[in-house]
Design a protein around this ligand. Structure first.
Ligand code: FAD
Length: 280
């Protein structure tokens, strides 16, 4: 499992994650740092996660890397106590702002959507260095875009990794793609910075069409990709002049994340087995 994880995870320590970011920077890719973990069970674990993120943000600034931090709300205790979660995000946003670092609030499954959007609205009222994630899979997302805080916003647009019930979500691939393009269109039209987080090249092409139609400036969009996933695409997009930012997860809790990635692409297992016996 560890061998398989190596493809998707920078390692267990901050030092390993920084080395990965530096390597990516050398290849022309800015980065995103994610400490693996979610659904902490007590306040102490939430505070420990927030401390680790603060150290990570400082280390990014010290190393002068073009990278930022990205946090799941339940890693900071959203499911335990939304006030604790807001307190920890606000303290991290403050620490990041002092060092010129951006902070992304990630989006988890639908029972957390309202609380996550409320969290973002509170943070955005005080900090301009904070952004959000929206999921095209959810039927509510166009309305959520309309209700975003006024003024500039920075949104990572994803399909959504959590399989949601048909009553509240698109469940087939093409409607999820069509909704993604429509959400991108709505976000660009309202002046948002849009981070197109996908490895679906057909979908990316449809979004680039919107970029061209709306004459969106190059600094208002970028592609975001997961470490270890479809590197041939990153190169293609970079050659075409687009920014490709890479999401770098690390931490001791790598096992659950790697299992999720493997479920997405069981082919990886075959490649690793072949390499292990010298056939790769
Ligand atoms: P797909 O159709 O799933 O994939 C397109 C192609 O890429 C397929 O060939 C597929 O096999 C391959 N591929 C895609 N993902 C993987 C993988 N993990 N391993 C191996 N091959 C793969 N979701 C959330 O719900 N909340 C978030 O906060 C969030 N943050 C994200 C941040 C980044 C930077 C990225 C890239 C994704 C994030 N996601 C998040 C996940 C996202 O919602 C999708 O589940 C994921 O990107 C897969 O969808 P896709 O658009 O790449 O298309």
């Amino acid at each position: 499992m560890r061998r398989l994880a190596a493809r998707y995870i920078a390692g267990e320590t901050l030092a390993e994650a920084l080395a990965e970011l530096a390597d990516l920077a050398g290849r022309g890719h800015p980065g995103i740092l994610d400490i693996l973990g979610e659904h902490v069970e007590d306040e102490g674990a939430a505070r420990a996660a927030a401390g680790a993120y603060g150290d990570a943000a400082d280390a990014i600034a010290d190393a002068k890397l073009d990278a930022y931090v990205s946090v799941k709300p339940t890693h900071f205790g959203l499911a335990l106590d939304p006030r604790l979660c807001l307190e920890l995000y606000a303290a991290l946003a403050e620490r990041c702002r002092a060092r010129g670092i951006f902070l992304r609030v990630e989006m988890e499954d639908h029972p957390t959507t309202d609380a996550t959007l409320a969290l973002f609205a509170s943070l955005r009222a005080r900090f301009s260095n904070v952004g959000i994630v929206l999921q095209s899979r959810l039927l509510r997302t166009p309305a959520d875009i309309a209700a975003l805080p006024a003024g500039p916003v920075d949104v990572r647009l994803v399909k959504g990794i959590y399989l949601e019930p048909a009553a509240i979500a698109h469940v087939e691939p093409e409607p999820i793609r069509a909704a993604y393009v429509e959400c991108a269109r709505l976000l660009f039209a309202r002046g948002a910075h849009v981070r197109l987080a996908t490895h679906d090249d057909g979908l990316a092409e449809r979004c680039l069409q919107v970029v061209r139609e709306q004459k969106v400036a190059a600094d208002r969009y970028e592609f975001q990709v997961l470490l270890g996933v479809r590197e041939e695409l990153w190169a293609k997009w970079r050659r075409a002049g687009h920014t490709v930012r890479v999401y770098v997860p690390y931490g001791p809790e790598w096992r659950a994340y790697s299992q999720r990635r493997l479920r997405k692409n069981p082919q990886i297992l075959r490649h690793v087995m072949r390499n292990a016996v010298g056939l790769g």
